[in-house]
Design a protein around this ligand. Structure first.
Ligand code: NAI
Length: 324
C-alpha cells in the first residue's frame, strides 16, 4: 500500500477548515487512491475546537484517512508535510491600517515559512488561502530559503471559478463549455478576470458579450463577489473557498491544461520577477507553468498593470516593515 501523504491545514478550526478537511480526508485533494494523514495547526485558544473537528473526522471512518494530529506547534504540524494549506490568517478589523494588517500577518506567515523550511518533506507544496493571500505567500516563501521558490502559491482559483460561473450564466451555457479563463494579478478587488482569451464553443468569450457588460458588470461582479457573499450570508465564503483550494492542489498534482493560480513571476507579461501574481497556468509533471504567447491588448494591459502595481506596493510595504 502507498505511504500516506501528510497534509497540513492551518486555521483548521475556522469556517474554511471545516469545509475543507472532510473533502481532503475523502480523497478529493490528491486523488481517490491516495491515503492521507492530516495535521491540524491552530492557535492555542482554538486547539480544542480543532480537536472536535478531528473527532468528527474520526466518525466518518474515511478509508483513505490514516491519521490526524492537532497541534499549536508549527514545527510539529509541518514535520514531513507534502502539502500545506495555509488558511489561518489575521483578518482586517475595523480601523486597521494596511501596515497593521501586513505586520500581523507577517507574524504568522514568517514563522510558518520557517517551520516549513525546517521540517517539511522535500516535495512540499504550499497554497496560501489566508488574506492578503499573495503577499502572505511571499512572506512565507522568503522565510523558506531551502524550499524551491516555485512551491509557494496563493489562491485565485475561487475568483476563476466565480468568473466561469458568471459567464456561463450570462451566455446560458454549461461551465464545461468555457475554456481558457484567466484571472490576472492580486486576489483583491483589483484582480482582472480576462474574457479576451477565454473561449466559449471555440470562440473568444469577449466577442460574445457586449463591452459594457464585460466592463461594468462582469469584472466588478467577479472582483466583489466576496463582499456580496458576506452581505448575503452574514459570513465570508467558506465552502466555495475550500472547493477552490481542493481544485488548485488537485490540478497542481495531477495536471491541467489551463487554469488560474498565483505563482512566483518569472517576469512573464511584464509582471516583476518574484511577485506572487495570478497568471494563466498549466500544470505538467507536478509543476505550474505560465502559459506563454498571449497577446495583451490595451484594455487588459491597463487592468493587469493596476493589479500588479498593488502587489508591488504590498511587497514594498512588507520590505519596509522588515517582514521579508
Ligand atoms: P475563520 O476566522 O473562520 O478561521 C480562521 C482560523 O485561523 C481561526 O480558527 C483562527 O484561530 C486560525 N488562526 C489564526 N491565526 C493562526 C495561526 N497563526 N496559526 C494557525 N491558525 C491560526 O476564517 P475563514 O473564513 O476560515 O477564512 C480564513 C482566511 O481565508 C481568511 O484570511 C480569509 O480572508 C481567507 N479567504 C481567502 C479566500 C481566497 O480566495 N484566497 C476566499 C475566502 C477566504
Amino acid at each position: 500500500a502507498q505511504t500516506p501523504v501528510k497534509v497540513t491545514v492551518t486555521g483548521a478550526a475556522g469556517q474554511i477548515g471545516y469545509a475543507l478537511l472532510f473533502r481532503i480526508a475523502s480523497g478529493q485533494l490528491l486523488g481517490a487512491d491516495v491515503p492521507v494523514k492530516l495535521s491540524l495547526l491552530e492557535i492555542p485558544q482554538a486547539v480544542k475546537a480543532a480537536e472536535g473537528t478531528a473527532m468528527e473526522l474520526d466518525d466518518c471512518a474515511f478509508p483513505l484517512l490514516s491519521g490526524i494530529e492537532v497541534t499549536d506547534d508549527a514545527n510539529k504540524a509541518f514535520d514531513g508535510a507534502s502539502v500545506a494549506l495555509l488558511v489561518g490568517a489575521r483578518p482586517r478589523t475595523a480601523g486597521m491600517e494596511r501596515g497593521d494588517l501586513l505586520q500581523a500577518n507577517g507574524g504568522i506567515f514568517g514563522p510558518q515559512g520557517k517551520a516549513i523550511n525546517d521540517n517539511a518533506a522535500d516535495d512540499i507544496r504550499v497554497l496560501v488561502v489566508g488574506n492578503p493571500a499573495n503577499t502572505n505567500s511571499l512572506i512565507a516563501q522568503q522565510h523558506a530559503p531551502d524550499v524551491p521558490a516555485e512551491r509557494f502559491t496563493a489562491m485565485t482559483r475561487l475568483d476563476h471559478n466565480r468568473a466561469l460561473s458568471q459567464l456561463a450564466a450570462k451566455l446560458q451555457v454549461p461551465v464545461t463549455e468555457i475554456k481558457k479563463m484567466t484571472i490576472w494579478g492580486n486576489h483583491s478587488a483589483t484582480q482582472y478576470p480576462d474574457l479576451f482569451h477565454a473561449e466559449v464553443g471555440g470562440k473568444v468569450a469577449a466577442e460574445q458579450v457586449d463591452e459594457a457588460w464585460l466592463r461594468d458588470t462582469f469584472i466588478p461582479t467577479v472582483a466583489k463577489r466576496g463582499a456580496a457573499i458576506i452581505e448575503a450570508r452574514g459570513a465570508s465564503s467558506a465552502a466555495s473557498a475550500a472547493n477552490a483550494a481542493i481544485d488548485h492542489v488537485f490540478d497542481w498534482v495531477n495536471g491541467t491544461e489551463w487554469t488560474s493560480a498565483a505563482i512566483p513571476s518569472d517576469g512573464s507579461y511584464g509582471v516583476p520577477e518574484g511577485l506572487i501574481s495570478s497568471f494563466p497556468v498549466a500544470s505538467r509533471d507536478g509543476k505550474w507553468e505560465i502559459i506563454q504567447g498571449l497577446e495583451i491588448d490595451a484594455f487588459s494591459r491597463e487592468r493587469i498593470d493596476a493589479s500588479v502595481r498593488e502587489l508591488e506596493e504590498e511587497r514594498a510595504a512588507v520590505r519596509e516593515l522588515g517582514l521579508i
